[in-house]
Design a protein around this ligand. Structure first.
Ligand SMILES: [Zn+2]
Length: 110
């Protein structure tokens, strides 16, 4: 009986690990699509303004999501064809760094 419990526990661990790996893979694919979309947006219109969070440096993807940009992608954006980058605050940083009285106003602008 103890061995059966042990095996069930091991099977649950394997399932949890597989679930985490799948979720991680989905996240990486989505991030990659967002990075590609930001890159394409920056290259299709040299006057396009890209938005970057002044606190966490995530960038706003055309989908509206704020995504972390790897340093290599960020450097490519700056050096290949310089897009105009405007700094603002992402919703997470507004919630973390600003008093509640300012949040709604900043969220309306974000
Ligand atoms: Zn931020």
């Amino acid at each position: 009986m103890e061995r059966a419990r042990e095996l069930c526990s091991m099977a649950a661990d394997v399932t949890d690990t597989a679930t985490r790996v799948r979720a991680d893979t989905r996240l990486r694919r989505r991030q990659r699509r967002d990075w590609d979309a930001i890159w394409e947006a920056s290259q299709s219109d040299p006057h396009r303004v890209l938005h970057s969070c002044a606190y966490c440096h995530r960038m706003k993807a055309p989908s509206g999501e704020w995504v972390a940009i790897p340093l290599t992608v960020s450097k490519s954006l700056r050096s290949y064809k310089a897009p105009f980058v405007s700094h603002g605050f992402c919703p997470d940083c507004i919630a973390t760094h600003f008093p509640e009285s300012l949040r709604q106003e900043l969220l309306d602008e974000a």
